[in-house]
Ligand binder design. Structure first.
Ligand code: DLL
Length: 431
């Protein structure tokens, strides 16, 4: 088995809980002393750091939300003086000020450790050459993977995003064996490769490590097929580190959490009470031992659950199920909860359409209406009205069966939906 840190990755439950307890107690004491925001919260709640004796006590701690970071923009929640910060990143938020995070050297080293484990899980080694096609910059994706790759000893090609034809040239000439990008950019690159007549034989990729947005099992299979790779999914967010929180092994049984660095809870987003293992809720994360910006019980808005079965890979760390969506991009259409991933799952099983789609939400009177726009795979079909109608009906009925609501289906010409080099924007909400 390809472990990076066998001792931690295969630790018994009791040992892991006691390690987490030790790290939580240390974190809470430090946070109380060094972050006035939390000291004030504790004092208002009548909570003392000494009330936290083990990981079980985590539910006594206050939650943190994105607005807390915004209100303390840019450095108000940092836990160390600026002289100890060696790196600053910020989230890719589309509105308002970004949320800013800082790292000490120790945080950066731990980050590389977390990523190194995910690389080993995907089968990567020091013999690999990696094309990192995440954006280098304030986004945590590229730098996070970069340092982890160097720790493993793999060679890094820091491509960043965009300039797709050049990406493909480098891919053919430099012979990378690992590709790192968002799943949507990997898909787009594969389309351009096809247009340019580049086949699997012209490249040497064997592994894809995808993340920063979700992808369905169907999308994974498509990416594996198109690139001739095995692919894993990786999860994280800048507020608690960036990539490195959790990642899949090749068994694809959910994403193994780096539990010695992150305590993950799943709570009911309305009551904020923990839900039993296996039940879906909002992912709440407390980084353990993080110094730069040590958040407590950060509410991610991501919806997932804890997988309860053992993983055949031998790792004993708990696993996070694929993220279903975010509480803030769950669509409520005619009273039904709809996640874009459910629509992707349906679409990718249907023949003659491309995996590129868009979901448009509008309000017609008081009623929400949902339109699914999807590209046909082959433009010739446009000439064949009855086939087009048949395809439209098929999509309509399959979505209706899964979601129980009627949607408008629009078939578009190939290559008309805007491609993304980072996180794809699948939902256009015009309400
Ligand atoms: O996307 C960190 C990252 C980079 C993770 C590269 C994995 C690989 P942010 O830009 O702060 O950080 O965005 C975090 O992206 O709360 C999720 O909503 C979403 N997200 C990240 N990974 C996944 C995933 C990075 N595997 C936000 N599946 C998170 C679904 C994901 N959503």
């Amino acid at each position: 088995m390809n472990y990076w840190n066998e001792k931690i990755e295969t630790m018994s439950r009791d040992e892991m809980l006691s390690l987490q307890s030790e790290k939580l107690v240390e974190t809470v004491n430090r946070v109380y002393r060094s972050v006035p925001f939390y000291k004030k919260k504790f004092d208002e709640m009548g909570l003392s750091p000494s009330d936290i004796k083990s990981i079980e006590d985590i539910s006594k701690l206050p939650f943190t939300v994105k607005n807390d970071l915004r209100d303390n923009y840019p450095y108000g929640l940092f836990g160390v003086p600026m002289s100890e910060i060696v790196r600053i990143h910020a989230s890719s938020g589309t509105t308002g000020k970004p949320t800013v995070v800082g790292y000490t050297q120790e945080d950066i080293d731990n980050w590389a450790e977390c990523i190194a484990r995910l690389i080993a899980m995907a089968g990567g080694t020091k013999n690999d050459v990696t094309q990192i096609s995440f954006g280098y910059g304030l986004f945590t994706g590229a730098f996070g993977l970069h340092y982890g790759m160097e720790k493993v000893g793999a060679a890094v090609i820091p491509m960043s995003t965009g300039n797709t034809e050049k990406q493909l040239m480098i891919m053919q000439d430099f012979k990378p064996t690992i590709l790192i990008s968002t799943p949507s950019y990997a898909l787009y690159m594969s389309e351009v490769a096809e247009e340019l007549g580049i086949t699997k034989d012209d490249i040497s990729l064997r592994i894809g490590m995808f993340g920063a947005e979700g992808h369905t099992e169907e999308m994974r299979k498509k990416l594996e097929e198109r690139w001739g790779i095995v692919a894993t999914e990786n999860y994280g967010l800048s507020e608690v580190m960036g990539p490195g929180v959790a990642g899949e092994c090749l068994e694809h049984t959910g994403m193994h959490i780096n539990e010695d660095f992150f305590k993950v809870e799943i709570v009911n987003p309305d009551t904020l009470l923990p839900v039993p293992d296996g039940e879906f809720g909002e992912v709440v994360i407390t980084p353990l031992g993080k110094k730069g910006i040590p958040l407590l019980r950060y509410r991610t808005k991501d919806i997932s659950c804890i997988e309860t079965t053992a993983c055949p890979c031998g790792r004993t760390t708990r696993r996070l199920h694929k993220i279903q969506g975010r509480t803030d991009d769950m669509l409520i259409i005619k009273g039904v909860n709809v996640f874009p991933s459910q629509i992707e799952e349906v679409l990718l099983k249907i023949k003659n359409i491309s995996p590129q789609y868009e979901i448009v939400v509008t309000k017609q009177g008081y009623v929400d209406a949902l339109e699914v726009r999807v590209e046909i795979a082959n433009g010739d079909l446009l000439e064949n009205f009855s086939e087009l109608e048949k395809l439209k009906n098929e999509i309509y009925h399959k979505i209706h069966t899964v979601l129980g609501i009627s949607v408008k289906v629009s078939l578009l010409e190939p290559k008309t939906i805007e491609r993304s080099v980072g996180k794809a924007k699948r939902v256009i909400d015009l309400r």
